[in-house]
Ligand binder design. Structure first.
Ligand code: ATP
Ligand code: MG
Length: 381
């Protein structure tokens, strides 16, 4: 019996994996290919989707091929995944079988560095398939590796994750059933690293450092007060996304996105950036979550009846660690770790005071926000 094994994080599985497996199965003459999603890959960052979702996607992707099956063995073993442990386990399960691991040309480059590599090469062989962007060695390959130089797809899981995060289509890159599963479970939509890398391109160095500070502070407040940390980080990462646009551009974008402006916003165009950032969170990153959008939109003025996330972003923007010191900052920061309502009320008061000192008009939304907080804190007494 010949068994081929396709290991990977499958985060998510795509046609590159499936085609590589099918090519290797034919060339190696394997009776079956076992797809084995890894728990914590030894040489890669932690996968974004959980083990169960990655396993389920592999099942969906392979169910129409009678030669393909999916094993939970690495997920059940848990911990860091080393192929040598999998090879030993498979040898015990199928003592008579010839076992070959399928790897892409990218993985072949580092194969000799894998954990207990020499023992691994004694126990099983490898079938290396081509992958765009990587060169397969033709004559210099070690005896335990067979090269299959077939047509390969220029598809990667990381590329797919990025496309989903930017709201782009992933059709024809992976099976429809997997695409539907990703949609249903809202996988890969909020990827803070990808969002931040885009924000970095959009912002000045100073403001990007401020954004990183708000992300950290908002996450901390979310943990303290039981808000969704992922949402808090996403709103923080994008709160100033449109900050660098010129006034003309901000006004033009308000028109494009159908944002209603008022006299104070137009007199003080910096107020527009929050609304445009919220609109761009949707248009550029496909974020439609109302809590995230609201927290971005009202982070400069506040509003009546603010949600917990609105308050967290409003306060974190004023207390993050890179903020230059101002009168009241220490007190506000201390307050923010104990009572988010009192902190938001105090932050609004400070912000209104600063605005008045500068002789600038205060937006009515800030007054409404403050009055609402005062009224609720009195009624709670
Ligand atoms: P990521 O972008 O997250 O690294 P990936 O697309 O490389 O994901 P993995 O789960 O890391 O997918 O890959 C599992 C195995 O499949 C590896 O051996 C890899 O070389 C191989 N592989 C992945 N994509 C392709 C492809 N398009 N063509 C050939 N082999 C591939
Ligand atoms: Mg990879």
């Amino acid at each position: 019996m010949k068994i081929a094994v396709m290991g990977g994080t499958f985060d998510p599985i795509h046609f590159g994996h499936l085609r590589a497996a099918e090519q290797a199965r034919e060339a190696f003459g394997a009776d079956s290919v076992i797809f084995i999603p890894s728990a914590l890959p030894a040489y890669k960052p932690t996968p974004e989707a959980c083990a169960e979702d990655r396993f389920n996607m592999c099942v969906l992707a392979t169910e129409s091929n009678p030669h393909f099956e999916v094993s939970k063995m690495e997920l059940e073993r848990g911990g860091e995944t080393f192929t040598i442990d999998t090879a030993e386990q498979l040898k015990k399960m199928y003592p008579e079988a010839e076992i070959a691991f399928i790897i892409g040309a990218d993985s072949l480059e580092t194969l000799h560095e894998w954990h207990r590599a020499n023992e691994l090469f004694e126990k099983c062989s490898f079938v290396a398939v081509s992958r765009p962007g990587f060169i397969l060695p033709q004559n210099t390959c070690p005896p335990h590796v067979t090269i299959i130089d077939g047509a390969a797809f220029d598809i990667s899981s990381s590329g797919i994750r990025k496309r989903i995060c930017f709201g782009k289509s992933v059709r024809y890159l992976l099976p429809e059933s997997v695409e539907r599963y990703i949609e249903k479970k809202s996988l890969y939509k909020l990827n803070i690293d990808i969002i931040l890398s885009k924000a970095k391109e959009k912002l000045s160095k100073k403001r990007f450092i401020h954004t990183l500070g708000v992300v950290e502070e908002a996450a901390k407040l979310a943990r303290i007060f039981g808000a969704d940390e992922q949402k808090a980080k996403t709103a923080a990462a994008l709160h100033d996304y449109a900050r660098r646009h010129s006034t003309d551009k901000l006004i033009a974008l308000c028109g494009k996105y159908g944002i209603k402006t008022d006299k104070i916003m137009l007199d003080k165009p910096v107020l527009l950036h929050a609304h445009v950032s919220a609109a761009e969170a949707t248009s550029k990153f496909n974020i439609t979550d109302e809590e995230i959008i609201s927290a971005i939109k009202y982070h400069t003025t506040g509003k009546s009846n603010m949600s917990l996330l609105d308050k967290i972003i409003y306060v974190a923007d004023m207390t993050e660690k890179n903020r230059e010191n101002y009168k009241g900052l220490d007190e506000l920061r201390m307050l923010s770790y104990n009572d988010i309502d009192a902190a938001t009320e105090f932050a609004l008061k400070l912000s209104i005071e600063f605005t008045e000192i500068k002789n600038e008009p205060v937006h009515p939304l800030s007054i409404e926000a403050l009055n609402h907080l005062k009224a609720t804190s009195i009624s709670e007494e």
